[in-house]
Ligand binder design. Structure first.
Ligand code: AMP
Length: 231
């Protein structure tokens, strides 16, 4: 059987990370968050991190070549053999095309947009907290941790992401609209796009995503390196 590949699209703060973490436990496939990988590279001051730092700090996209490279390296690891959830990738049509070229004939692709209007998201982002150890996501308004400043799951320290500030949030919404939203059209044409209403409670959204991923007819992409044939 092919890999189950889930791509989550959605505005910053729509719940991609939260949902990716919820469904990975159910589907037993890993979450691949390019944002987490880039933040880690920045924190460790690796050559990649030094290249990416300024873009992350400005709420702009890191170059396609860099992210295509880190994803290509990650998805060939053993834990991805049955599939994976892409959270924050692809984010441009160029990235989507590159990723399509890595898919194999028997893979099943599910592209799900977690739709929430950006007008409702600024507060979510300003209140968002993230575990510095395991990446779990909290919100001081809607999902507070049981103990202030500590992750419920692993006890790690909760941090506020440096790009979750009002002026950068606006820039990130703009980047999403201009550079990432065209992917809706790209995946619609391929017949693999689905949308869920991300303004509902977290568990309801998770259930809907799982239903889509479990019950839909699998889509067969083109052979490795080839063009997708379901246009
Ligand atoms: P995220 O955690 O997904 O919100 O990503 C945080 C930041 O990492 C973004 O604002 C970008 O600067 C960078 N980033 C993450 N994923 C990508 C991607 N696929 N392409 C380009 N830049 C990315």
């Amino acid at each position: 059987m092919g890999r189950k590949i889930v791509i989550l699209l959605g505005n910053p703060g729509a719940g991609k990370g939260t949902q990716a973490r919820a469904i990975m436990r159910q589907l037993d496939i890993p979450q691949i968050s390019t944002g987490d990988m880039l933040r880690e590279a920045v924190a460790r001051q690796t050559p990649l991190g030094l290249q990416a730092k300024q873009k992350l700090g400005a709420g702009e996209l890191v170059s396609d070549d860099i992210v295509n490279g880190i994803v290509a390296e990650r998805i060939v690891q053993e834990d991805c053999r049955n599939g994976f959830i892409l959270d924050g990738y692809p984010r441009t049509v160029q990235q989507a095309e590159t990723f399509s070229g890595t898919m194999m004939a028997e893979d099943q692709l599910f592209v799900i947009e977690i739709a929430v209007d950006s007008a409702y998201l600024a507060d979510r982002l300003v209140g968002r907290l993230m575990c510095s150890r395991c990446g779990d996501i909290y919100n001081i308004y809607s999902r507070p941790p049981q103990r202030q400043g500590a992750c419920d799951r692993c006890g790690g320290k909760l941090i506020h992401r440096s790009d979750d500030q009002e002026h950068l949030i606006r820039e990130r919404f703009r980047t999403y609209r201009d550079e990432t939203y065209p992917l809706v059209d790209y995946y619609q044409k391929l017949g693999v796009y689905r949308q869920v209403d991300g303004s509902r409670p977290i568990d309801d959204v998770t259930r809907e995503i799982l239903a889509l991923v479990d019950h839909e007819e699998p889509v067969t992409p083109a052979p490795k390196g080839g063009k997708q044939k379901f246009a």
